[in-house]
Design a binder for this molecule. Structure first.
Ligand SMILES: [Fe+2]
Length: 304
């Protein structure tokens, strides 16, 4: 059963299916969610949400809490909600830093990432060597922020701009891949390799003519084939300019493959694709569809 309730009555364990404002204005990239922590509630409140719709078949009902919460002081309610959330959440997924506090750090991390990735793209375009150490540092910075509070950095990945699209896109794909990898419970070392691989997944685009990448029209078949070459051009460039674990190359090699075998460059099917490749293909397409480009206006996440 669905109920509209004020944000003050929202509790950890409830399942939210609607807001009184667009989800795109919030840091959450799914438009339905189980409230897993008080930070989720605070993040919604900080975005101006005043009432939410909950589904009581998928999460806690108001009736099971209402009378109790209204009679205890807010700090006791907070402690109770925290304990119940810790008991029910998978270990290690609790944000250690509140959303608002992490947001200011995340903005710096994001800014730094853009500078370093911008430099790396320029290096690739000119055929110079890559500063893998700087890129790895950026990847670690993104990972640390995602581990402290996934929503803070994810909210910045909503920044879309078709100027510098590939810079934004690379950083956004890394953030979304880290958020998904964390959600799947990947160990830290794996997340570290995933983040670096995701940052570099489109580096081969620097080897494709700029005019073609940003053409504000439907491309012809031959032109699309040239764009598809960015995968192998990227792999070729990295093999000449960096020494990376094979797993780290998976996001680059597989982000355009599809589980039904219709993707490129090899047309591999699901069982032949790595977990890194599958994650990269999902978040790559999500970010591409929701971004504004010269040839299409981004689709709001709520419509996906
Ligand atoms: Fe790509």
């Amino acid at each position: 059963m669905r109920k509209q309730i004020p944000i003050e009555q929202l509790r950890v364990g409830m399942y939210v299916v609607g807001l009184d404002r667009s989800w795109i204005k919030t840091p959450f990239w799914r438009h339905r969610m189980q409230v897993e922590s008080l930070d989720h509630i605070e993040a919604l409140r900080a975005c101006g949400v005043r009432s939410v719709e909950i589904d009581t078949e998928k999460g806690l009902d108001l009736a099971s809490q209402g009378g109790i919460v209204s009679t205890v002081d807010p700090s006791s309610a907070r402690i109770a909600a925290l304990s119940s959330s810790r008991a029910s959440s998978p270990q290690g997924k609790e944000p250690s830093t509140p959303f608002e506090e992490e947001l200011s750090v995340a903005k710096e991390v994001y800014k730094q990432a853009k500078v370093v990735i911008g430099q790396a793209m320029g290096d690739a375009r000119e055929g110079r060597g890559l500063d893998i150490e700087a890129i790895s540092k950026v990847s670690e910075g993104l990972l640390e922020s995602v581990l402290r509070n996934t929503e803070a950095l994810s909210s910045l990945s909503r920044l879309k701009s078709f100027d510098e699209y590939t810079f934004f896109h690379s950083v956004n794909v890394a953030i979304l891949a880290l958020a998904m990898g964390r959600h799947l419970g990947m160990p830290r070392e794996a997340l570290s390799r995933l983040g670096l691989g995701a940052l570099l997944h489109d580096i081969g685009k620097m080897k494709i003519p700029h005019d073609l990448l940003n053409a504000p029209r439907r491309l012809e078949a031959g032109e699309r084939e040239i764009i598809k070459q960015h995968v192998m051009r990227g792999a070729e460039y990295l093999s000449q300019h960096a020494v990376l674990p094979e797993e780290t190359l998976r996001p680059l090699l597989e982000h355009h493959e599809r589980v039904d075998g219709s993707g490129y460059p090899t047309g591999r099917r699901r069982k032949e694709l790595s977990q890194f490749g599958l994650i990269a293909s999902i978040v790559d397409i999500y970010d591409a569809i929701t971004a504004d480009r010269v040839y299409h206006e981004g689709v709001p996440p709520i419509r996906l």
